[in-house]
Design a protein around this ligand. Structure first.
Ligand SMILES: [Zn+2]
Length: 87
C-alpha cells in the first residue's frame, strides 16, 4: 500500500491577458479598453473616476499597448495633479 501517487504539478504557461487595467488616476482596476476597428482607435475608460481617452492604433497594436500609451499620456500631463503630490 505504499504506492504514493505523486501528482505532477504541471505548470501551464498561461498567458492571461486581463480585461481590466489599473487606472493611473484613481488606482482602481477598472480601466477597460474598447477597440474601435472602424476608426482604428482604442477607447480607454475608467469605470470609477470616469477618466477616458482615445488612442490611435497602429499596426499590431493590442488593447494592452493602447492602455500603456493611454497610461503614459495621463501620467505625462492631463490628470497628473492628484498623483503629483504623492511623489
Ligand atoms: Zn480611475
Amino acid at each position: 500500500m505504499g504506492r504514493r501517487r505523486r501528482r505532477k504539478v504541471i505548470r501551464t504557461f498561461r498567458r492571461t491577458i486581463p480585461k481590466v487595467y489599473i487606472c493611473p488616476q484613481c488606482g482602481k482596476r477598472t480601466v477597460t479598453v474598447q477597440i474601435v476597428k472602424e476608426a482604428n482607435i482604442a477607447h480607454v475608460a475608467c469605470g470609477t473616476c470616469k477618466i477616458s481617452g482615445d488612442i490611435a492604433l497602429s499596426d499590431g497594436m493590442t488593447a494592452v499597448d493602447a492602455y500603456c500609451a493611454w497610461y503614459d499620456e495621463v501620467v505625462a500631463g492631463k490628470n497628473w495633479k492628484s498623483l503629483n503630490r504623492k511623489i
